[in-house]
Design a protein around this ligand. Structure first.
Ligand code: ME8
Length: 660
């Protein structure tokens, strides 16, 4: 439940039901998945602020072959696996301040029951029929494809390998509803946002003709069983999509709960660009078949991608919200991801760019304005200012920029242009900073006759901050609340935002806190790089195949006698250029001096080896390693984790001695 920190009552407007995609519980969500939850949260908070009666649903998508396989390789049951990941996802959503009203899990019993009822209903209606399936299945996407749909033999959505699949299955008659769907698109031009996505759906999928969709699987178990034919489980997308109605109390056999009656149809489904097809073709068609009204809008956002190379688990460089929050705090992370995403395109994230935005926008523009204004109000007026109405032209310009931001931000939010909305608010802070330079309060302060003018200037600054910070509240709520507290103000009622001069008097704190401290990029990046290296090493260790002592066939003493083993002493040693693993050793073996190249550089430094006696095979055929002829092999023990120890005589003995 949200704490009410708004000042005054805003009239309660109509309901607003919004949802995110439900995240797969196949692993910890990275910052890209988390972006969607933050995006939807900022919309939910903005709508609440406008006075809408908001219901915000998010959750987890927990069935399917991919999850069954992951659980198996983790050695746990699928339910144990999804319980852990769902907790982790919920924990991250909470950490970044996602103010959901409902967190649905597709393993919730009431959801599973409705999925079964929905399947039965569509079967009884004749929209689902039994047939047999032959085609290709992409497990990561949980999608079926026909031969002709594959691109270079791979999944057309994600480009990964697909598996041949032949099974008895249930099908949904998609084509039956194609015309009705096209008609709906035409009558509701606002249904798909951005509009470019609509054209993609029409041209790539609807016009070429919809194929019937396979809606059951029988080659794995982890799903909702079809209750009249339990060797089949319901196709994961049919199961997942229905969360939007089951989560609020839809009942396939009845009217549904009061909440459902109040909230459905949803006002917007917020999803990523990769799953627009499922939400604007399959989902509306399932709803048509169920005689349920369609959602008002589907907004497909772009993706947040890692700058400077692909995120890869094995490199340890995947960016997670909890790491980012631990370095920079929740609001800085929210601010970054929301501003990094242009509406129609993908956005980029890197540790460096987050630091840059915190320093250049949050600390230099917002934080600096707040701290300068509080400091001057304290210094010149003991912390209290009112409008003494000594107005100059520059004031009108400031007020106009502040007040006009309200409509601009609202318009951008109506189009889901979140980055643009925030940019309008930043323009206000920038304008106010410029106003300080223009009015030069420190000069006014030197002339007592300008005291009233100075008061007006500071009052205008406080009011500008009050309005713009209130507007920013839905995006970075904790910081805005903290900032407004320092002015002893609440978030201003939405319908009073355009009233510049609302407060008679504003009093500021005597002990201001820094909202965003400037970050020393060098210090933070050193620590981040260390974390990435450690993570990568830990992952490699985890993934390293355990070396088992291979059992070799028995040999006789003659076989063993073919190997010549001797003691040698290392007289010189250096690293082999261009190789991380190799060392070049000069070894004296009695009267002979040989060069030996050995793969022990990760375990021993050259200095350590000089003077050491060790055991060598001396009759191996010489071999070239990195262009250097090696004339022997050093004997080493190696444990299952790859740790090395060379063999050395137990007591001192001359080099050149034979080993038998
Ligand atoms: O697709 N940037 O789940 P999911 C921004 N279970 N958004 C991203 C992203 C990125 N780098 N990567 C993924 C599923 N997303 C299904 C949804 S809904 C009935 C079922 C978005 O965990 C992605 O586009 O793979 C999707 O909207 C959401 O994160 C969950 O992705």
């Amino acid at each position: 439940m949200m704490k009410n920190i708004f000042c005054g009552e805003t009239n309660v407007k109509e309901k607003y039901y919004l949802t995110t995609a439900i995240a797969y519980t196949s692993g910890k969500p990275h910052i890209g998945n988390t972006y969607e939850a933050i995006l939807a949260d900022s919309v939910a908070r903005f709508k609440r602020y406008q006075g809408y009666d908001v219901f915000f649903q998010t959750g987890t998508d927990e069935h399917g072959q991919k999850i069954e396989e992951k659980a198996k390789s983790a050695g746990v049951t699928p339910k144990e696996f999804v319980d852990k990941v769902a907790d982790e996802i919920k924990g991250i959503w909470d950490l970044v301040g996602v103010s959901y009203d409902k967190f649905i899990r597709t393993t919730d019993k009431d959801h599973e029951k409705q999925v079964q009822k929905i399947f039965n209903k569509l079967y009884e209606k004749g929209d689902i029929y039994k047939g047999s399936y032959e085609g290709w299945y992409c497990t990561p996407c949980e999608s079926f494809w026909t031969e002709s749909q594959l691109v270079d033999g791979k999944c057309p959505d994600c480009g990964r390998e697909v598996q041949k699949s032949k099974e008895e299955a249930y099908f949904f008659k998609m084509s039956k509803y194609a015309d009705r769907l096209l008609e709906y698109y035409n009558e509701h031009p606002e249904f798909i946002l951005p509009v470019s996505r609509k054209n993609e759906m029409v041209n790539n999928f609807l016009k070429p003709g919809l194929q019937d969709l396979c809606v059951s699987r029988s080659t794995f178990k982890w799903g909702v069983p079809v209750d009249f034919d339990p060797k089949h489980v319901v196709y994961v997308w049919l199961d997942a999509l229905t969360n939007y109605i089951t989560g609020i109390g839809y009942d396939a056999d009845g009217e549904g709960s009061d909440l459902y009656k109040k909230l459905w149809p949803a006002d917007v489904h917020i999803i990523g660009k990769d799953i627009i097809r499922f939400h604007t073709i399959y989902w509306p068609i399932f709803l048509m078949a169920l005689d349920v009204p369609l959602p008002k809008r589907v907004y497909g956002h772009g993706w947040l991608l890692q700058d400077g190379g692909k995120m890869s688990k094995s490199k340890g460089n995947v960016m997670y919200a909890d790491d980012l929050v631990s370095y920079f705090g929740k609001d800085a992370v929210r601010y970054y991801v929301l501003t990094a995403m242009p509406q129609d395109n993908d956005g980029l994230i890197s540790w460096e760019s987050v630091i840059d935005v915190i320093n250049s926008e949050l600390a230099n523009v917002f934080g600096n304005l707040v701290s300068r204004t509080i400091a001057m109000t304290n210094k010149y007026f003991g912390g209290k200012v009112s409008d003494s109405k000594v107005i100059e032209e520059v004031d009108n310009d400031l007020k106009q920029v502040v007040v006009s931001a309200v409509k601009k931000v609202t318009a951008k939010m109506d189009e889901f242009k979140i980055a643009d909305a925030i940019s309008e608010i930043l323009t206000v802070f920038r304008r106010a900073n410029k106003y300080i330079d223009e009015t030069m309060p420190w000069v006014l302060a030197k002339d007592e006759s300008k005291s009233d003018r100075l008061k007006t200037v500071l009052y205008n600054l406080c009011e500008s901050i009050a309005i713009a910070t209130s507007l920013l509240y839905p995006f970075i709520p904790d910081t805005c609340e903290k900032a407004l507290n320092m002015f002893n103000l609440n978030v201003r009622a939405f319908d009073k935002l355009e009233t510049f001069g609302l407060e008679d008097e504003i009093s500021v704190t005597q002990n201001p806190e820094i909202l965003f401290a400037r970050i020393d990029a060098k210090v933070v990046m050193e620590s981040v790089n260390k974390m990435i290296e450690e993570r990568s090493a830990a992952l490699k260790k985890q993934e390293a195949p355990v070396k088992e002592a291979v059992k070799k066939e028995q040999i006789n003493i003659e076989d063993f006698g073919k190997v010549e083993l001797k003691v040698g002493v290392v007289t010189a040693c250096e690293k082999v250029e261009k190789s991380k693993k190799l060392l070049k050793l000069t070894v004296k073996i009695g009267d002979e001096v040989r060069t030996v190249v050995s793969g022990i550089a990760l375990a021993y430094s050259p200095e350590y080896l000089v003077g050491k006696k060790l055991a060598l095979v001396t009759n191996l055929k010489p071999a070239k390693l990195c262009g250097i002829l090696s004339e022997g092999m050093i004997l080493c023990a190696e444990n299952s984790e790859g740790k090395l120890a060379f063999l050395t005589p137990e007591t001192d003995i001359e080099d050149g001695s034979g080993i038998f």
